[in-house]
Design a protein around this ligand. Sequence first.
Ligand code: HCA
Ligand code: CU
Length: 397
Amino acid sequence: MALNNFSIIDSTLREGEQFVNAFFSTDDKIRIATLLDDFGVEYLELTSPLASPQSREDCQKIVKLGLKAKILTHTRCHIKDAEAVIDTGVDGVDIVIGTSSYLRDFSHGKTIDEIIDQALEVISYLKRQNVEVRFSTEDSLRSDPDDLFRVYQSVAASGVDRIGIADTVGVGTPRQLYQLVSELRKNLDIDIEFHGHNDSGCAIANSLAVLEAGATHIDTSVLGIGERNGITPLGGLVARLYSLNSKLVAKYKLPLLRELDHVVAEMVGVDIPFNNYITGFAAFTHKAGIHAKAVLNNPSTYEILKPEDFGLTRYIHVAHRLTGWNAIRHRADQLGLELSDEQIKLLTTHIKSLADQRQLTLDDVDTLLHRLAESSSFLEIKDLIESEVVENGTNIC
Ligand code: HCA
Ligand code: CU
């Protein structure tokens, strides 16, 4: 099963450059490439050198960095394009042509037979240049399945290294993709890549489905940036695979995800979403008293991902009306305060009443805990708390 032997093709520097806010300087590109290489992705896909003079220069510079990751570039399936990118020294070229009726009628205007002829010409040229060649069909999920099979069969016989399925508009479902890849696997002995857009929120699930069916390569970008709302996010794919079996992603330096997400978010001027996989600020926070208690006893009760494996820490939110005395006890222990269960339970009741009246901060809770620890007798603090709840509960801190 390919799940044990897949590669990530990170396309932050190609698909990601198509994100509306992306304007990467040469230094930005080098930083992203170096970080991704350090993280351990197997391939980096770069914008076509034909896009602009700077794109060509940057592509050459990244090739010269001598990274461990293989460097790919991406072009249309045209012989002239192929000839014009080969001198950049890349390890491989990803070629693509639309096969859906949308793209055949409204983009390049070619028949399936013409697409096949053109593909064979370009593949044979590139193979003679000794580079890795991937041939992909744009808008595969809205292409006629018979056309798709015919195209893949012809190119597979031509010595191409990998075929690519591109869900260009993010319309595919996991079941559909599982079936498509299973069918290809049965008939063709060739590596299969998947490039999935996320318009309907299935990019990660689709990536897993194709891997389960035998695909070998998955395209990602940092934070998922790309055309429209982007493609399979690197961190999301890692979270998905890790939670099946952490060994699947043990080959990557997981603690680098945080830096990658932060660096790219800053470069393209967006915040990391609060609910982002692994690196969103709420990804490892626990709030309700019942959750907090169980997580304190055993984090796995409510965590499928171990924050420490990603160089991160969990946070138990205690200053609110849903809190519980176990969480407040944990905070007291963190502060090194010796308090009895009775004291903690009383204070928890008080915190809940206060939190009904205004939003509390951790500082508020800490102040109360310190005051409780400093009070000479339990009765004294009991009186203090009860009188303040009744009289002016809004401002005890
Ligand atoms: C594009 C289209 C593409 C190509 C994917 C691929 C898509 O912007 O050039 O080469 O497999 O989503 O179809 O990104
Ligand atoms: Cu795309």
